[in-house]
Design a protein. Sequence first.
Length: 123
Amino acid sequence: MVPEGPPHAPRLDERGGQASVELVAVVPILVGLTLLLAQLAIAGWSLWSAGNAARAGARAAYVGGSPGRAARSALPGPLRQGAEVSAADGVKVTVRAPALLPGVPRIPVSARAGLDPVGGDHG
């Protein structure tokens, strides 16, 4: 006795067409997620770079140098343009993270650093 299969088993070419339709639907989602993750990584890199620049500016201010010049020189090239450095109450560096897509606004990120050799106010 031969077991009977389903009344209409899909043929290989029918399943291949469905897979193509599913792939076309999934690819834009995967591209969007990849761009989102890459943009988050760039924002993280920008924040880390701003923190590094703020620490460099704080060290320069501590030894009597120019915190703005030190902070800007510590920034990577793509972040220097438009960077804002404030030396009031520590050093604050604000940069705008580059955007991956044209027309998308750049994300502003800030970091603050200061040196307190005395240890702060514990009173």
